[in-house]
Design a protein around this ligand. Structure first.
Ligand code: SF4
Length: 262
């Protein structure tokens, strides 16, 4: 379950500093901190075991997404221009205090790779000792390539076969970017889970079997089918078309498969 962080969780503790000294930070450290500060956040989950397999994590929800999936549960996160719920320094201060209590931080969204501040923000949290997880739909392969060396685990949404992507996202060309991102993630050797939340009309057993075969052919070995629950949908009328239960293909070409509801 996700929620915007409560004020008590994010308000930095006031640390008295009676002796005012000039601070001498290396130039690179200052510019990296300034770059991370631009990260726009729509919320924070302080502690979860659901967002990074096997790790106790906090999740940061990045504001803004270039796509508009009808089944999106995070309508409040898709508009990049919306007022951020907290700023980077609040989130970072919270995570400084949680060192030793949490293993990992997950960047989720919205779409984390939409923001140029992402690499600097990840680098700061790595320096604090956190493992880094990334949830992405892969709309920006070049930004993904930039952050993959800094990330320990990726959950990548592949929504459909490339030619059908715009039916899900509303954006022409989105399929090419997502599948390019998939190729980059597989090639990198990073721990990867691919997930599909099928849109009604692109969810027959035959369609899903074809999609899974294509994913396995690219090298995907860990896969989750996610059944969309009929709440908080970006397009509320989709509720009537959601199946009560996904029909799962018989053939399953993955070493690890999970069916889950989201
Ligand atoms: S489901 Fe994901 S990719 Fe689609 S609009 Fe929502 S945040 Fe963006």
């Amino acid at each position: 379950m996700t929620f915007a962080v409560q004020a008590a969780e994010t308000t930095p503790m006031h640390v008295p500093n009676p002796v005012q000294r000039p601070s001498f930070q290396p130039r690179g450290a200052v510019s990296k901190a300034a770059a991370a500060q631009a990260l726009r956040l729509g919320g924070l989950t302080p502690m979860t075991t659901a967002d990074y397999p096997g790790e106790l994590a906090a999740t940061l929800f990045c504001q803004g997404c270039p796509w508009r999936c009808a089944y999106c549960h995070n309508a409040h996160l898709v508009d990049a221009a919306d007022e951020p719920a907290l700023d980077w320094s609040e989130a970072r201060e919270f995570l400084v205090r949680r060192r030793g209590l949490l293993d990992a931080v997950v960047f989720s969204g919205g779409e984390p790779t939409a923001q140029s501040a992402l690499p600097a923000a990840i680098a700061e949290l790595r320096e604090l000792g956190y493992k880094i997880g990334l949830h992405t739909g892969g709309p920006y392969p070049r930004r993904l390539a930039e952050v993959l060396p800094l990330v320990d685990w990726v959950g990548l949404d592949i929504k459909a076969l490339p030619s059908d992507y715009s039916l899900v996202t509303g954006v022409p060309g989105s399929g090419e970017n997502a599948w390019d991102s998939l190729a980059l993630a597989v090639e990198s050797g990073i721990a990867l889970e691919v997930r599909t939340t099928p849109l009604p009309g692109l969810d027959s057993p035959a369609y899903l079997e074809h999609l899974m075969q294509e994913l396995a052919a690219v090298g995907v070995s860990r896969y989750a089918l996610q059944q969309c629950r009929p709440h908080s949908l970006l397009e509320a009328e989709l509720r009537e078309r959601l199946p009560t239960q996904l029909a799962i293909p018989d053939a399953m070409p993955f070493a690890h498969f999970e069916l889950r509801a989201i």
